[in-house]
Design a protein around this ligand. Structure first.
Ligand code: PNW
Length: 472
């Protein structure tokens, strides 16, 4: 039912699980700053200072990984743990040793690492120089990426340069609810997205030229997107709004990589229309890619998709005359009343939305190899170790992937559950739990205990792996 080499994984990210925020020469990141500054909107003033303490308790994480029977584990590197000032002039040897141990332990356990270079945690030293808004960041990211390929690429064959540039751009630089907390609607997000793409392209080209031949790995960028369909399928307005909705999330980053080397046409034209109304010059908000720089097109060796939820879409209720992404996009996503919402308000549970999105990706981006690099179900409120709803969710989503493979012919290569552990869920702090393992944050040992869903996921993996072995 699943290909023999299908990747059965789980994912985490450095800031959300490591803790050890200021030990052993680690430099601060923008999330350290964001959480430590007063007046920010992180739940109950919490932070990732300690969180799961995976910096000290990595072996506990490994035990969980082995207990699940994962074939793959997706982790991210803390840039400022490796390079405290963000640049390669100063390498933190203890950080290097930590990640070398993690990677070596995984490989020794027959678990293949998928490594994300950047998961929201920019070194503060680079933020102080303008961060992702500064054009120089692309070259700085590239040299960090080369440092990582050089240090770990003999053992790491699956790389993600950047996680969810959409979230970094929009939540970090438009809404200001994620670090670095910038609120410059309709301006900064486009610039940030642009520089992230430029940085990604350089890193991919570096890998291609300097490392691919000897290391033989693959490099991509993780794109998050809802599935979207028209609220009223018979309405041309809803259909057009749906096209804009997808163009401004998935398309923003996937079109440059997979289709044209540039943003989707409908994204450009929508922004242009609003810009004219507001008196901005053409091209002043959504930047243009320079012909003198490495091209974006073809700089993804596979499609890395983070899928959580779906929306039904109609034209926006806002707002000619207002500057902002929502106004440019002019599309409003609504949750169908039949969809259950799990935990956080944005997370309507729609497993078949994943199948539809995979089909759309196959048809739109020329049948790429796809890894689902994140997908999960959250719990809010009193802890429920017998999380039957989440168990049902994992069964359903894996059925949808099986259908995408078998019936739609999508080239799905793997699935990474978000997340291995309960962890620091950004602005929601520890109030939202995504783990397959429960973590008791009230105890210094941060004990990890499998939820029922963790045990069931292990069962699903072992069932399908033994079937694929019989198949061959
Ligand atoms: C992803 N939203 O982020 C991240 O990659 C993970 O680090 C995170 O823990 C996970 O999803 C669960 O939230 C998102 O508000 C953060 O729409 C916020 C949103 C979506 C994804």
């Amino acid at each position: 039912m699943f290909p023999t080499n299908f990747a059965w994984g789980a994912a985490t990210s450095a800031y959300q699980i490591e803790g050890g925020w200021n030990v052993d020469d680690k430099g601060p990141s923008i999330w350290d700053t964001f959480c430590h500054e007063g007046g920010r909107l992180v739940f109950e003033g919490q932070s990732g200072d300690v969180t799961c303490n995976s910096y000290e308790l990595w072996e506990e994480d490994l035990r969980c990984i082995r207990q699940l029977g994962l074939t793959h584990y997706r982790l991210s590197l803390s840039w400022s743990r490796l390079l405290p000032e963000g640049i390669t002039r100063h390498v933190n040897q203890k950080g290097l040793r930590y990640y070398n141990k993690v990677i070596n332990d995984l490989v020794a356990s027959d678990v293949l690492p998928m490594v994300t270079l950047y998961h929201f945690d920019l070194p503060q030293a680079l933020q102080d120089q303008g961060g992702w808004k500064s054009p120089e960041i692309a070259a700085i990211f590239d040299s960090y990426a080369r440092f990582c390929f050089e240090s770990f690429g003999d053992r790491v064959k699956l790389w993600i340069t950047l996680n969810e540039p959409y979230v970094c751009a929009k939540l970090g630089h438009e809404d200001g609810i994620f670090a670095p907390g910038v609120k410059e609607p309709g301006m900064a997000a486009y610039l940030v997205g642009h520089n992230m793409l430029r940085g990604h392209a350089r890193a991919w080209h570096s890998y291609n030229v300097l490392y691919r031949a000897k290391q033989g790995g693959s490099v991509s960028l993780a794109i998050n997107s809802d599935w979207a369909e028209p609220l009223d399928p018979a309405s041309p307005d809803d259909t057009a709004a749906t096209e804009r909705y997808l163009a401004f999330t998935l398309g923003w980053f996937a079109w440059p990589l997979f289709v044209t080397g540039d943003y989707p046409e409908v994204m450009r034209s929508s922004i242009e229309v609003r810009s004219k109304e507001l008196g901005y010059q053409e091209g002043s908000r959504l930047p243009r890619f320079s012909k003198d720089e490495p091209s974006l097109l073809g700089t993804a060796d596979f499609f890395a998709l983070n899928y959580y939820t779906s929306r039904r879409v109609k034209p926006g209720e806002c707002c000619p005359g207002v500057l902002g992404l929502k106004s440019d996009q002019d599309a409003e996503g609504v949750v169908d009343p039949s969809w259950p919402v799990c935990g956080v308000s944005w997370l309507a549970v729609v497993p078949d939305g994943l199948r539809k999105l995979l089909k759309y990706i196959k048809d739109t981006f020329n049948n790429p190899a796809v890894y689902i690099t994140e997908n999960g179900f959250s719990q809010v409120g009193p802890v429920d170790m017998e999380d039957v709803q989440r168990c049902g969710f994992y069964h359903d989503i894996i059925q949808e992937i099986a259908r995408a493979l078998r019936e739609d012919g999508v080239d799905v290569r793997g699935y990474f559950a978000w997340s291995l552990l309960d962890n620091f869920e950004w602005a929601d702090g520890f109030s939202v739990r995504f783990g397959l393992f429960h973590v008791d944050f009230s105890r210094p040992e941060r004990p990890r205990t499998a939820y029922r869903s963790g045990r069931e996921y292990a069962g699903i993996i072992s069932k399908y792996r033994s079937q694929t072995m019989v198949n061959i």
